[in-house]
Design a protein around this ligand. Sequence first.
Ligand SMILES: Cc1ncc(COP(=O)(O)O)c(C=O)c1O
Length: 389
Amino acid sequence: MSLSRRAFVRTLGIGGAGAFSTALIVGRGREALAWGPDPVEEMLQASPDTVMIILSSNENARGPGKAALDALNGRADFKVGRYQRDISREDLPAAIAKSLGHGAQAENILTSTGSSHILEAGVRAYVSVGRPLVTGTPSYGNPARSTRAMGAEVREVPVDSNLRLDLDGMADAAQGAGLVFLCNPNNPTSATHPAEKVSAFIEHVVSSSPGTGILVDEAYIDYATDPSVASAIAESLTYPGVFLARTFSKAYGMAGLRLGYAAGQTGTLDKLSRAWGLGEVSLLTASAAIASLNDPSHMEWEREENRKVRDFTINELGKMGFESAESQTNFLFVDIGRSAAEFREACRALGVSVGRDFPPMEQTHARISLGTMEEMQRALEVFRQVLTN
Ligand SMILES: Cc1ncc(COP(=O)(O)O)c(C=O)c1O
C-alpha cells in the first residue's frame, strides 16, 4: 500500500477490503496537489505515524453513496478489458439532463473527465488577445491561469465586503470581454448569489455585451441549503454563449473518478468541444454517476450531513472569536487575523492540512474544507491550539 493510500485509509477510518471503497475514490488532496507539494506525502514523511486530517481540497469526506459503489463493484470484472458499450453514449448525458430539469435534453450536456477541462475549453473558446477574461478575486484560479498562459488579459474584480462577487463591477468589466467566469458558490470565499441576481446579471451582460461568453461554475451548488440559491440551467438553455460547468468531484464524492460536464445550447457546446480535449468518460465512472443520479435521497442526506458539520464548525470557530464568511458550500473562508501560511504550517505540524494561500486575502483569511463531523471535532482542537495560544 502506498503512503498516500495508507493516509487516506487512516484519515477516513474506513477503506479495507472492498474492491471499490470510499477511500479509493474520494481522491482527496487533488486541488491542493495542483498548486504545490502533496500535503499528504509531506506530512507522512515528516512523521510516518501521524493521523492526518486533509481539509485542503474541498472534497467530500464521505465519498460516493452506496448506489455508486454498488454500481462500480457490479461492473469490476473481466469485461472491462473490452471496448464494450452496454451503456450508450447518450445514457449519461440523458441522466444528467433529467436531473437538471428545465427541459434540458441529452444534447444540452457535454461530459468531460473532470470539470477542469470545461473551464479550460471555455477559456480557449471565448478568450483571446484583445478579448479578456473577467473573474472575481479571489475566485477559482484555473480560468485566470489558462488566460495568462495564452498571453491574454485578465480583468480581476475584487469581491465585496461580504466576500461576495461584485456582480455590478463584473458586469461593467464584461463590456467587450471574451468570457466572464462566475463561480457560484464562489471558491474560496464560499459566498453565494441567489438565482434571481445571477439571472439579472446574465441578462444584463447578454444585452450590454453581445458575444461575451458567460461561464457559471456550479461546482458546489449541490451543497446549497438556502432555497434562494439555484442553478442557472434555464439561462444556459436560453442564451447562446452562456454555459454551466458542474462536477461530480464534490457533493457526489467522485473526485478520483473524474467526471464533469458543461450544460448549454448545442451551438455553445460545439464551440467548447472544438476548443479543447475533454477526455472520454470511462464506463465505470458513467455507471457510478448514473446510479448516483438515480438515488437523489443520498444527495439530500449528504447535503444535510454537510450542513450539520458546517454549522458546528462555524459555531465553534465563532466561539473562539473567528468569523467565517456565509457558506453554502463544503468549505469555510475564515478570518483568522494572521497569515494563511503561518496558520497552515502550524496546523500541518499538528496533523491537519488546510487550504493554500488565496491572494489578495492570504494575510488574513484561510480556507478550511469540511471533513466528517469526527474529523472536524479533532481539527477544531488543533485550530484552538494554533489560534488561541
Ligand atoms: C470551483 C471549482 N471548479 C472546478 C473545479 C474542478 O473540479 P474537477 O476537475 O475535479 O471537476 C474545482 C476543484 O476544486 C473547483 O473548486
